[in-house]
Design a protein around this ligand. Structure first.
Ligand SMILES: Nc1ncnc2c1ncn2[C@@H]1O[C@H](COP(=O)(O)OP(=O)(O)OP(=O)(O)O)[C@@H](O)[C@H]1O
Ligand SMILES: [Mg+2]
Length: 243
């Protein structure tokens, strides 16, 4: 049962500004309400504040001014949404023998907040996440033996093992080939449609997700565009090249 109605935004930022210690403003006056079940693409130049925006939205950084709410509650408080987060440049130490299932299980442990053997319900959630990203047949092989695209899917499965209502992915396709980008876009679209997961997706490469995002943000020290991809002014049409 939801304490709050489904009309409460998944993510709400109101007048949020933030600077790293001793630095200039990384993000100024960001105001945003993300509907549940939307797929928000976040683009903009290097250093524009995309990662900072994501981290503020998830409560990993605290705003200098302004308010952040997830499902109507401050991030990290009881009753808020489960969050799956794929940080920028998530990668594996070369030579690590860790398997797909072990990586994904780590995502489940994070939500259980306890150590020790996973219970049947947790193992089932891990298996379901692996199945969802199409790695069932590779579940018990070392991650390092898989292609870059498959490794990225394993990290997505790690985020999914928490059964998140909100999934935040920061540059999930860096170093991943075009076909794998398409697969990932289709998977995220499916999660949104079937499970109502809200997706925040930061990327420089928008080709693969342009047709599945329901909303696009451009971030360049502040939110400089917020709307449908089709509403993007022509001169901004390649979001990775906004300078
Ligand atoms: N940990 C940090 N300490 C100090 N300054 C930081 C830190 N992280 C980011 N910054 C600065 O904050 C600003 C916004 O950075 P941020 O990483 O959010 O941008 P980004 O849009 O994600 O960039 P990229 O496309 O390179 O990932 C930049 O000026 C950056 O140098
Ligand atoms: Mg970044």
């Amino acid at each position: 049962m939801h304490v709050t109605g489904d009309t409460v935004p998944a993510v709400m930022l109101d007048g949020v500004s933030f600077a790293y210690p001793g630095g200039p403003a990384a993000l100024e006056d960001a105001t945003l309400a993300v509907e549940r079940g939307s797929f928000v693409g976040i683009a903009g130049p290097n250093g524009g504040g995309k990662t900072t925006l994501l981290r503020l939205a998830l409560g990993l950084e605290r705003p200098a001014t302004g308010t952040v709410l997830l499902h109507g509650r401050p991030p990290g408080t009881r009753g808020g949404p489960r969050v799956g987060y794929l940080p920028q440049r998530a990668h594996l130490t070369a030579g690590s023998p860790v398997t797909v299932r072990e990586i994904v299980s780590a995502g489940r442990l994070a939500v259980r907040g306890a150590f020790g053997p996973l219970r049947a319900v947790d193992r089932a959630a891990v298996a379901a996440a692996i199945e969802r990203v199409g790695l069932a047949e590779r579940a018990d092989v070392p991650l390092r033996t898989l292609s870059g695209g498959m490794q990225q899917r394993a990290f997505i499965a790690k985020a999914l093992a928490a059964e998140p209502a909100l999934l935040a992915l920061d540059e999930p396709t860096t170093g991943v080939d075009a076909a794998s980008q398409e697969t990932l876009a289709a998977l995220l679209d499916e999660l949104r449609r079937e499970l109502g997961v809200t997706v925040l997706y930061v990327s420089h490469e928008f080709g693969a997700v342009e047709h599945v995002v329901t909303r696009l943000l451009l971030v360049r020290g502040r939110i400089t565009f917020d709307g449908l991809p089709s509403e993007l002014p022509g001169h901004l049409h390649d979001p990775s090249h906004v300078h």
